[in-house]
Design a protein around this ligand. Structure first.
Ligand SMILES: Cc1ncc(COP(=O)(O)O)c(C=O)c1O
Length: 354
């Protein structure tokens, strides 16, 4: 194709040579510790439901995902109208940016953070104000509140990615009450199911007090359905109405709907898996501590080793080694897997010490 621009014809880039099909990921891979995925493959009942749904793949899903929204709302005990769904929490956060911001608006992000935020901010041409985390891995809520003056959007993650820290309810309330009521706050709870009861907060009650907050959640982490791309936001009606009006027609596949339904019915088994993951997180931290390796006390399905003197690239980047996430601040984030993943992480550290 040739496009004629004012300065003359512009040719489209040449077609790349045909590529081999990208191989499918392996369900159980003790070395895959970079993306905070769930180490368990789908539960048998969830897998059966998904396989059954494939029989009708010639049919479109619902025009708008009303049934999925109802399932989630019913599970949480909120009106359907307070839920919007999307292609993972990532899809929802892009929807939020498209719905409520214009190019050039300011968004306040903690750094480092989940990299979907800077990517989506660039896609929607937002002006990013970066606020570094405190040394203990927490958000610098004072600095974020100051930076938020004149900002359209602010993002807080609880637990935070990559550090796993959780802000207290008091700190969060203090922060929210300092923000203008027309500044939208994404409270990202992608890892909320891993948080122990004593650290949980009632995010739904928070929405009543602060209608400018949107709580973001996902089926990718504790529910182990990252490959299906289902996330959602909970919010007050004016905000969710705006988001729902932009919901992509036929945008959520049937397989996602049946997987969520089957997962909710299998909550006890899922809870058991969550307990296994958090127990393994404690085990990994204890073993690291015994080796003199400091980590942050996180509340999700990963462990964060801050940057410092240790060259983490040299420790973990062996050809046959574990795949972890290196962060821009020099730290490294390690997803919690099973006992064999922990063994591989510790072996890499021991190898590097020799
Ligand atoms: C804090 C946080 N939010 C959102 C997401 C996006 O999750 P998904 O798009 O798979 O639902 C992630 C994924 O790693 C995350 O860490």
């Amino acid at each position: 194709m040739t496009i004629v621009a004012e300065s003359g014809p512009v040719s489209a880039p040449p077609r790349p040579a045909a590529r081999a099909l990208c191989p499918l990921p392996t369900a159980v891979d003790p070395m895959a510790l970079a993306l905070n995925e769930n180490p368990f493959p789908p539960l048998p009942a969830v897998r059966t439901a998904m396989i059954e749904s494939v029989q009708a793949a010639n049919r479109y899903p619902e025009f708008l995902p009303e049934t999925l929204r109802h399932l989630i709302a019913d599970h949480l005990g909120v009106p359907d109208e307070q839920i919007v769904v999307g292609a993972g929490a990532t899809g929802v956060l892009v929807q939020v940016m498209h719905a409520f911001t214009s190019p050039g608006d300011r968004v306040v992000l903690p750094v480092p953070t989940f990299e979907g935020y800077p990517i989506a901010s660039a896609m929607t041409r937002l002006d990013v104000v970066k606020v570094p985390l405190l040394a203990d891995g927490h958000h610098d809520l004072d600095a974020m509140a100051e930076a938020a003056s004149g900002a359209r959007l602010v993002v807080v993650c609880r637990p935070h990615n990559p550090t796993g820290t959780v802000e207290s309810l008091g700190a969060l309330e203090g922060f929210l009450s300092r923000l203008p009521s027309d500044t939208i706050v994404i409270l990202d709870e992608a890892y909320v199911e891993f948080v122990a009861p004593q650290w949980r907060i009632d995010a739904l009650a928070l929405l009543e007090r602060f209608p400018n907050v949107l709580v973001l959640r996902t089926f990718s982490k504790a529910y182990g359905l990252a490959g299906l791309r289902i996330g959602y936001a909970i919010g007050s009606w004016p905000l969710t109405a705006e988001l729902w009006s932009m919901q992509l027609p036929f945008g959520i596949a049937n397989i996602g709907l049946v997987a969520v339904d089957a997962s909710y019915r299998a909550e006890n088994q899922l809870r058991q898996r969550i307990r296994m993951i958090t127990a393994e997180r404690r085990n990994l931290r204890t073993r690291l501590r015994a080796m003199g390796v400091a980590s942050i006390d996180g509340h999700a399905n990963f462990v964060y080793l801050p940057g410092g003197d240790r060259p983490w690239h040299e420790v973990f980047d062996g050809a046959d080694g574990v795949r972890v996430k290196h962060c821009a601040d020099g730290g490294v984030r390690i997803t919690v897997g099973g006992r064999s993943s922990t063994g591989a992480v510790l072996a890499a550290l021991r190898r590097a010490e020799r």
